[in-house]
Design a protein around this ligand. Structure first.
Ligand SMILES: Nc1nc2c(c(=O)[nH]1)N(C=O)[C@@H](CNc1ccc(C(=O)N[C@@H](CCC(=O)O)C(=O)O)cc1)CN2
Ligand SMILES: Nc1nc2c(ncn2[C@@H]2O[C@H](COP(=O)(O)OP(=O)(O)OP(=O)(O)O)[C@@H](O)[C@H]2O)c(=O)[nH]1
Ligand SMILES: [Mg+2]
Length: 461
């Protein structure tokens, strides 16, 4: 097999850690590693054999010892990149890793680009494009549900579904080509009937996949959620409850939160990117006013708004302002401090907000109602998604767009059949659908798109 030029990068998080790994891949990976690594047994790494670790030291050009290390050799094609790979497992300090990396460059490697190791695994056929994308999703997963989804993709759940659709489409194309070569009118009718039935089935599968796109994107990227309300209603207390941690300052002084606070929380497996904002009110305080402006702009930006109200105090004009801000938006209204004597009932809030808005009674003090909130959020995220599709979520906008376009070609094939336009025209529509679907697995995708996808990876992956 053909190997690329030799690349190297730090593969582990950069900071202090127990161990840090420098990964070298490419035609001269072993030769490069031999120049910076001196095995205790004195032998070059080719003698080690694949998937063997060798003990030794990292040494500079003058032979000075930089670190103690293990070299892990993985010979092509049996490695992550399908090329020769050597990993130098050093002590996990910033200085030793940087120094060792520089030595690999002096020894002939060049700095790896973002995602270049995984890109090589893809170009060498060990992973398809959706599997390669899942590698990064695994690294970035913030909840167990997100991780399960990404791991499902990496092990091919999504790819297999796409491949099976492509296989079916190709089968139909083959039948059509055969029928074109041996024309017989009666056979054509049976054939187009069968094709139409098959196409409808595949379109159903695509429709079901597209239904997962909403949840899939949120599980991968998180849901930007703004907590808003007038001062002192318990916004920061809610943030702390959702994080199960005293993250934000809570006091009984209205105007406690002045700058917005952003944190990820795992709410029922959904990664929420939560923004706790300054209580929205008219104020002369310059700093607070900037905070209030920020809160208003987060209301515009957020995908979900949690609007808080205090059940123990009558609704006032400041609450009316909040109700106005969330009108027409994806929002859940929370009536907080339910543990105190209530002067506002959920029915009163519901009446003010309109019947289509979800109102939930909570107490951040007793944690009552937080399970209802979790359920309301998960229900919103999974709305329309069929249960039991763990491994086959559509996770990004590009995938969803490709599926929609493939579906359009399939729809066109049905119109072609119904217009009796002839077999070769049906075949053209089906071939377009087949090619489109191939953009998901990466079989029919241009270099620029591939480069763009991998450029979003981290260095060393
Ligand atoms: N040290 C280390 N840990 C790692 C990785 C790595 O590259 N190095 N990985 C990535 O960053 C992930 C694991 N992925 C890997 C995928 C394939 C092979 C590999 O050697 N495959 C061969 C042999 C398989 C076998 O023995 O059955 C092959 O596919 O032929 C290694 C790691 C996570 N942990
Ligand atoms: N009884 C009761 N008190 C609560 C509850 N939630 C919050 N509080 C109290 O209400 C006060 C304000 O809470 P915060 O979380 O700081 O309110 P906030 O909305 O962030 O306030 P600002 O940052 O000033 O806008 C504190 O004294 C909290 O202890 C609740 O569910 N019940
Ligand atoms: Mg606050």
């Amino acid at each position: 097999m053909q190997q690329g030029d030799t690349i190297s990068a730090i593969a582990t998080p950069q900071g202090e850690g127990g161990i840090g790994v420098i990964r070298i891949s490419g035609e001269h990976a072993l030769k490069t590693a031999d120049k910076v690594f001196r095995a205790k047994n004195g032998k070059p790494l080719v003698m080690a054999g694949s998937h063997r670790a060798v003990y030794g030291h990292i040494v500079d050009e003058a032979g000075k010892v930089i670190d103690e290390a293990l070299a892990l050799v993985m010979l092509a094609p049996h490695s992550y990149t399908v090329e020769d790979v050597v990993e130098l497992q050093c002590h996990g300090g910033l200085m030793t890793l940087r120094k060792t990396l520089e030595l690999t460059w002096k020894a002939g490697a060049r700095p790896a680009e973002r995602g270049e190791f995984t890109k090589r695994a893809f170009l060498n056929g060990r992973l398809d494009l959706s599997e390669a994308q899942a590698v990064m999703d695994i690294i970035q997963a913030r909840t167990e549900t997100s991780l399960t989804m990404a791991a499902g993709h990496l092990t091919g759940h999504f790819s297999k579904e796409i491949q099976s659709m492509r296989h079916d489409v190709l089968g139909m194309i083959a039948h059509i080509e055969a029928a074109i070569d041996f024309p017989e009118d009666e056979v054509d009718d049976i054939l187009t009937y069968d094709i139409e039935k098959n196409v409808v089935e595949i379109r159903n599968k695509i429709a079901n996949l597209l239904k997962t796109a909403h949840a899939g994107r949120i599980l991968r990227d998180g849901l930007l959620t703004a907590i808003i309300g007038k001062p002192n209603v318990g916004k920061s207390s809610l943030l702390n409850s959702l994080l199960r941690e005293e993250r934000a300052i809570v006091t009984d002084v209205p105007g406690t939160t002045r700058d917005s606070i952003e944190e990820y929380a795992d709410v029922g497996g959904i990664p929420l990117r939560i923004i706790d904002t300054a209580g929205i009110r008219a104020t002369d305080d310059v700093v607070e006013r900037i905070g209030v402006e920020k809160a208003r702009s987060y209301v515009k930006e957020a995908s979900l708004i949690l609007a808080l109200f205090d059940a123990s105090r009558p609704l006032d004009s400041e609450d009316a302002e909040i109700l106005k801000l969330v009108r027409g938006r994806d929002a859940i209204l929370l009536l907080n401090k339910d543990d105190l004597a209530a002067v506002v009932t959920p029915a009163m809030l519901q009446e003010r907000a309109g019947k289509d808005v979800t109102v939930i009674t909570i107490s951040t003090r007793t944690q009552d109602g937080l399970a209802d909130l979790t359920n309301a959020i998960t229900a919103k995220v999974y709305a329309g998604t069929q249960a039991g599709q763990e491994g086959t979520f559509v996770t990004d906008a590009r995938q969803a767009e490709i599926l929609r376009q493939a579906d359009e070609h399939l729809e066109a094939s049905i119109r072609t059949i119904e217009a009796s336009m002839g077999l070769d025209f049906i075949s053209i529509d089906l071939r377009s659908a087949w090619e489109k679907l191939g953009e998901l697995t990466g079989e029919t995708v241009g270099e620029d798109i591939i480069n763009e996808i991998f450029s979003k990876f981290c260095i060393g992956k």
